[in-house]
Design a protein. Structure first.
Length: 460
């Protein structure tokens, strides 16, 4: 007998009737009916089947099985350095770029790594898009082809249908849910061997309620969370009345750019790679809900190099493929032990006598001293440095899905880019900037740090 999916507590017809009936009830009756709807349906055990990947409920706990063996997700989001991920103790990678699926699956298969294939869909509030039958059918056909092409690939673990979608409650939301359920049904019919998930931001009650009421057949829910991972145990307890199914953390890191401390002009302050590595390990050991019987695992963000806020904010690797200490910290997390790290370790960067929290304001064309302080006990022998200054696109801070292209460095401003301490000349154009440094050692690792500053034209 095939295992039951945790959302399928009633037939589609019954769910539709219940939803329709609830909308006609008084507030008091609505609350009572909602409670009864979710509380009276006990989870049924997931029966063991012959699927390549399945989620079973055993003794009150959910477990993922891959090829008949228990499988706990440990990995990251990305599509590069898969051999290094496997060597570090990771076993899963999540990719959203469908153009790179072929190579990612091939690399994963060579390194005994599983792949969650993300299929992006427009968010639920885009009613006009979902009422355009040509666009909807084009997406449906494309994903049908994708599923049939890769459903038998040995590296495939699961499908992710939609990333951080808005799950609307409105009279105009029907086309979205109709389309979503149509694609979801197609995936399960074409590929019954692999589960399907979707991602939500943090612990959105509205999304979870709508997944329960209006979406039929998701096998588990994935949560993207950053600094709010600190609250995960409390939030899961609050949500248990309306949802008690399996979940994974599909994106996590210590600090999202929107959660960071900022300068007075709004520039987010970024930690050194040394501090980030410390935080990744601390967050994983302290806040990750390993004891939760519904927890399927987690994926760190981001395994590779990515421009978002800065080109170093989430990046485990630099642009040339050199790993930072975050790689070593994640390896410690996945292997359950702390090791002596080989990476370069930093304290902080100074501009003249000021740090990032000092809201550094400089004059056009002025000359300044940039100094990098290494961690205590870290020697500068054989270290290589690379300094650069980049103008910030401050209009797009916080608009994380708007612009992912790394801005070009401004040439001719840094006196000695290869020195631990250097002089630089301020740009002549007013606005926000940031000075970056990468430090490389002969053990194959690098460290990163940066400081924002603002060029102010005092001539009025």
């Amino acid at each position: 007998m095939a295992p039951k999916r945790f959302q399928q507590k009633s037939t589609p017809l019954m769910t539709g009737y219940i939803t329709y009936s609830l909308t006609r009830m008084s507030t008091g009756m609505l609350l009572l009916a909602t409670f009864l709807l979710f509380s009276c349906k006990k989870n049924q055990p997931f029966a063991a089947g012959k699927k390549k990947v399945e989620i079973r409920q055993e003794d009150g706990a959910y477990k993922m099985y891959r090829n008949g063996q228990p499988f706990f997700i440990k990995g990251a989001v990305g599509h590069t350095h898969i051999a290094e991920l496997a060597a570090s103790g990771g076993n899963t990678i999540l990719i959203w770029d469908t153009a790179l699926i072929e190579k990612t699956l091939q690399d994963a298969a060579l390194n005994n790594t599983a792949v969650i294939v993300g299929m992006d869909v427009p968010s639920g509030e885009l009613t006009a898009w979902y009422t355009d039958e040509v666009k909807v059918n084009r997406m449906f056909t494309a994903y049908q082809h994708l599923v049939n092409k890769y459903k038998n690939h040995p590296a495939l673990l699961a499908w992710g249908l939609g990333n951080e979608l808005i799950m609307p409650i409105s009279a105009h939301s029907s086309p979205f849910y109709k389309t979503y359920n149509r694609v979801l049904k197609m995936i399960h019919e074409q590929d019954p061997d692999h589960p399907v998930t979707t991602t939500i931001i943090n612990y959105q009650k509205q999304s979870i309620l709508n997944i329960r009421w209006k979406i039929r057949g998701l096998d588990f829910i994935s949560i993207n969370t950053y600094n709010k991972i600190k609250d995960i145990r409390w939030e899961l307890r609050k949500l248990k009345l309306i949802w008690d199914g399996p979940f994974m953390l599909s994106e996590w890191s210590p600090n999202g750019g929107w959660e960071a401390e900022t300068t007075v002009w709004g520039a987010p302050l970024e930690n050194t790679s040394t501090k980030k590595a410390e935080q990744y390990y601390h967050y994983y050991k302290t806040y990750m809900p390993h004891e939760n019987p519904r927890f399927l695992g987690s994926l760190a963000f981001y395994w590779g190099n990515r421009q978002e806020y800065t080109h170093t904010w989430y990046s485990v690797y630099d642009e040339d493929g050199t790993p930072t200490e975050i790689k070593e910290a994640l390896s410690d997390c996945w292997n359950g032990k702390q090791t002596a790290h080989q990476s370069v370790q930093l304290q902080y960067m100074m501009i003249d006598s000021m740090g990032a929290r000092d809201n550094i304001l400089l004059s056009p064309g002025s000359s300044h001293d940039a100094r990098l302080l290494l961690a205590e006990g870290q020697t500068g022998d054989s270290l290589r440095y690379s300094w650069e200054i980049i103008k910030e696109d401050w209009f797009n801070w916080g608009r994380t899905w708007h612009y992912f292209k790394r801005p070009a460095a401004i040439q001719g401003l840094v006196t000695d880019s290869a020195a631990q301490n250097t002089l630089f000349i301020c740009p002549k154009k007013e606005g926000p900037y940031r000075i970056f440094v990468n430090v490389y050692n002969n053990k194959g690792f690098c460290a990163t740090a940066n400081t924002p500053f603002y060029v102010v034209n005092n001539e009025l």
